[in-house]
Design a protein around this ligand. Structure first.
Ligand code: OSB
Ligand code: MG
Length: 386
């Protein structure tokens, strides 16, 4: 394996228009903001990563602003000039910075891409090298689509029909108190068999247990993160009261969090967002823990651009990722995206993983420049959370 020496790292904070916004229990953002990381090696190899932060600290405490600060002042200096043989060396190089997983994920991703490109490997092949024998890419990922909070059940059904028509085989609906049981009932009345799940993004408390139990009537694949955004203990009190499997998203920051959640019986399913757990090295450990414990695992999304989505897609194609992922086709998110070619949905609700080295898609520099100019124009921003 060839190593890489980090010569330069460029940060590109960008703003992109979303084809369809995603209203959650914590709000809705007017456009997608994130930070792209461009890593250049001594040999001229360019690796790309994405820190999929948002404008507001609503899902995560990190924002575009904190990600830029932590990257510029701490994480970039920690990697400049370093020779890296193996991308799993990166967490130790960044270990003096506590927290800030999305920022760390972006820079670690750029190293994974650069190393894979330097070695003529796809990212899926690079990841598989750290997994038990036989855990090689299927070449595609099973995917679904996430639908935000809408003004009415009828409007939601309209969007679901459109997505089913496009071929999505799993529907996820965002919920919040007052927009939950009636929504599920209305959708199930028309679509009794569609693979359906709900995501509460931490909108309830344990006092709502009886209310949450009503969801058991709707044959849901799972309910995602009903309780506190960092909580595992309260979820362990809720799960035994529900038939519907709980899936933890926000609360899982490490493989140790997964071990704790499983030990306490806080959930039956894990949503893995590589960014939320600080990168693919920790993600691989979570993958191994889930496989060893036969726990269903899927890859969540943060409305990533093609850079972050390509890498997540490669991870999602590994066979231990056993449930459909929040990785939809390009036309659900951006038109155009900053990478080419676009990801398209294929029969069977699948997206194919590119086989070219690294992330396997081409970054369109003029689009990165335009999106960076858009971000500068939006600054200083004051964004109302709706
Ligand atoms: O809870 O999964 C979530 C997007 C931003 C913040 C939180 C979440 C999401 C999504 C996005 O659901 C799904 C996607 O990227 O398609
Ligand atoms: Mg979620």
């Amino acid at each position: 394996m060839r190593s890489v020496t980090v010569k330069q790292i460029n940060l590109h904070p960008i703003a992109m228009t979303l084809v369809e916004r995603l209203k959650t229990s914590f709000g809705e953002e007017p456009f997608k903001a994130c930070v792209l990381i461009e890593l250049i090696t001594d040999d001229g190899v360019v690796g790309w990563g994405e820190s999929p932060t948002e404008i507001n600290p609503g899902y995560s405490y990190e924002t575009n602003g904190t990600s830029m600060h932590i990257l510029r002042e701490f994480l970039v200096p920690a990697l400049l000039g370093k020779t890296i043989h193996d991308a799993t060396e990166v967490p130790a190089l960044l270990s003096e910075v506590r927290g800030h997983p999305l920022a760390k994920h972006g820079i670690e991703s750029a190293v994974w891409d650069a190393l894979a490109k330097a070695n003529g490997q796809s990212l899926a092949e690079a990841f598989a090298a750290y997994l038990p024998a036989g855990h090689i890419s299927r070449g595609y990922a099973n995917v679904g689509v996430s639908i935000g909070i809408q003004p009415s059940v009828e409007k939601t059904l309209e969007i679901i029909r459109k997505r089913l028509g496009q071929g999505y085989g799993r529907i996820k609906l965002k919920i919040k108190p007052g927009w939950d049981v009636e929504l599920a009932r209305g959708v199930r009345a028309e679509l009794p068999d569609v693979m359906l799940m709900l995501d509460a993004n931490s909108a309830y408390t344990l006092a709502d247990a009886a209310h949450l139990k009503e969801f058991d009537a709707f044959n849901l694949l799972m309910i995602e993160q009903p309780l506190g955004y960092n909580d595992i203990f309260q979820h362990s009190k809720l799960q035994p009261q529900l038939q519907t499997p709980i899936c933890l998203d926000e609360s899982i920051h490490s493989a140790d969090d997964v071990r704790l959640a499983l030990e306490l019986g806080a959930c039956k399913i894990i949503n893995l967002k590589p960014s939320r757990v600080s990168g693919y090295t920790e993600s691989l450990e979570i993958y191994r823990v889930c496989v060893a414990n036969k726990v269903p695992l899927w890859i969540g999304g943060m409305l990533e651009t093609g850079i972050g989505r390509a890498a997540n897609l490669a991870f999602a194609s590994l066979p231990g990722v056993s449930l459909p992922c929040d990785i939809s086709a390009t036309d659900r998110y951006y038109n155009p995206d900053i990478t080419e070619p676009a990801f398209v949905l294929e029969p069977g609700s699948r997206i194919r993983v590119p086989s070219a080295p690294g992330i396997g898609v081409e970054v369109q520099r003029e689009r990165v420049q335009a999106a960076a100019a858009r971000w500068r124009a939006e600054m200083p921003y004051k964004v109302a959370m709706s």
